[in-house]
Design a binder for this molecule. Sequence first.
Ligand SMILES: [Fe+2]
Ligand SMILES: [Fe+2]
Length: 295
Amino acid sequence: MGAPTSVDRRLVEHVDRLAAEHPPIPLESVDYTVRRPELLRERYGHVLDYMARVELEVDRNVLELTTLLPDPPEVDRYFYADVWHPQEIHHGLILDRLQVELGRPPATPDLDSISLKLRVLGGLAHLPAFQDVVRMLYYLTGVATERSAVIAYNLLHDGVSELGETGIAETVVAPIKRQEPGHYAFYQLSARGLWGELAGWQHWFVRRMRSLSFAPVGANNATQAADFGDVMTTLGMSDGIDDWAAKIARVETELLWARDRGLAVPAYVVRAFREALERAAARAPSDFGPSSHVR
Ligand SMILES: [Fe+2]
Ligand SMILES: [Fe+2]
């Protein structure tokens, strides 16, 4: 590695600040008092479950990272080990406890199975020329994931407040949603810095692999994609998915697809969200389904 660049210094300062200002949310600070548990469970139970699972899966994400980036820059390790992982685990524990308080079973995160796709990428990352391609894909995934989290927690906060569950909004959702923008900023700064250092052929690979592998956060199989579709619908994102996709992919659109000037959002992002909604609709019990005539 060469001398630290101004981006490296800004990243270290950013992580220092997050570590100082955003310790993991103390678990005992949460007030789980719910005024109408049935209503909250009915409306948002599946959203809490999805978010709890994804947050708790950071244990697996760290394993994936060590597979993907055998030799990461020090600031990446500093961020994910000292700031990101401890914060996200507490998000998961708090959300999971809330859904259990509401009478739902706890989330079932997948904590240790690393997909073939990631193992192949990890293998490629041992080739020095590919290491930065893989690192770029990691940052882009981080940008989209954390942007999704910022949006989803904002919408959940509004929804839970509207139900009159102010305790949950203030002691569960608000503290979590305050920690996500710092994660987003870390990945965005990293992605912008690295993109400028990559060669043309590396840009080509990043675009190609991103087009082939993009998935909504936490949607690693068909069932999870359908679950994501339901979350989108409940949070009010199913209308205007092009706009939501554009928000989530803004940095990616700007960096990877700048030459396609005027492109609002890459087609593979919109397609992934649309597919999630379609999968959710396909498994929803139909009012006109086989059982309707016996009612
Ligand atoms: Fe989180
Ligand atoms: Fe996060």
